[in-house]
Design a protein around this ligand. Structure first.
Ligand SMILES: Nc1ncnc2c1ncn2[C@@H]1O[C@H](COP(=O)(O)OP(=O)(O)OP(=O)(O)O)[C@@H](O)[C@H]1O
Ligand SMILES: [Mg+2]
Length: 262
């Protein structure tokens, strides 16, 4: 059997602020295989970003074990990149598209390799022709594509995405979902993403986890359901979303998240 990409066993995370220490996540166990696309859905404040930060090695876990390809995660690991929701703060507005994408590789590879990799990444997110435009002259959807290109230029083995398309309009969101699926088909990276959007989770993922809890009232976030998504690939914005299995999955997730009060 393949070695898992991530393995989490009974992970708990406590965080402290001026008000004291609180348990944010508890008893989180999951295994993510290489090349899988895994979605995590849950209400606001259930610890989704905290989980993503733990996976990225940005927040230490308090209990349990968290391994990446068999090695304990103790800090940011090579080949793991994070795409944040807030592209405005993640990018440098005074740099061009090409210079933003090049940033993580500058000084690390030869100039000619840098040029090639930047141009491939820009092509993958369909921004060819905009290389020399300044960030400030791009639309929100384009800026988010720049952030994705900047992650891809590293040829990552894992892409972590925290509500990557949350701030975008429905049509831009749909086209970026398809860009992401196309990239996954080409690159074989493992993708773990967080979303508030149940349909996005189903459309993109091989498996979706529901995270529940209410940290403010003393109930830490925990994985309350795992839903395999056995929809055929390649997925299609029209036909996939019309499939009875898709609609059944949406129903199941909506119930799990208490979308419709009983
Ligand atoms: N440094 C910290 N110290 C104490 N509590 C924190 C800290 N960071 C986050 N929290 C709390 O942990 C809980 C979960 O936060 P987190 O950002 O992980 O939620 P989330 O599920 O990503 O929410 P959203 O959907 O709104 O982004 C919240 O109640 C938050 O206030
Ligand atoms: Mg969050």
């Amino acid at each position: 059997m393949n070695q898992p990409m991530y393995e989490l066993k009974n992970v708990a995370v406590d965080l402290s602020n001026a008000a004291g220490t609180r348990r944010i996540l508890e008893d989180v166990s999951m295994t993510v295989m290489p090349n899988e696309v895994v979605g995590i859905v849950g209400r606001s404040g259930t610890g989704k970003t905290t989980l993503m930060r733990a996976l990225g090695g940005l927040t230490p876990i308090t209990e349990g074990s968290l391994t990446l390809q068999g090695k304990a995660v103790t800090g940011p690991a090579d080949g793991v990149v994070t795409v944040f929701q807030d592209y405005g703060n993640a990018l440098l507005p005074w740099r061009t598209v090409a210079k933003n994408v090049a940033l993580p590789l500058e000084g690390k590879v030869a100039r000619s390799e840098l040029r090639d990799r930047v141009s491939t990444a820009i092509e993958m997110v369909q921004l060819k022709g905009r290389e020399n435009d300044y960030l400030s002259s791009l639309s929100g959807g384009m800026q988010q594509r720049v952030q994705i290109a900047r992650a891809l230029v590293l040829n990552p083995r894992v892409v972590l995405m925290d509500e990557p398309f949350g701030a975008l309009d429905a049509l831009t969101k749909a086209s970026l979902q398809d860009v992401l699926l196309g990239l996954h088909e080409q690159n074989q990276a493992t993708i773990i993403f967080i979303t508030h959007d149940l349909e996005e989770a189903i459309y993109l993922s091989d498996r979706t986890f529901v995270i529940s809890g209410n940290v403010s009232s003393g109930q830490p976030g925990h994985l309350s359901m795992e839903v395999p998504v056995a929809l055929p690939r390649p997925r299609n914005q029209l036909t996939t979303r019309e499939m009875p299995e898709y609609i059944a999955l949406r129903h199941r997730l909506a119930e799990a998240i208490d979308l419709v009060p009983a």
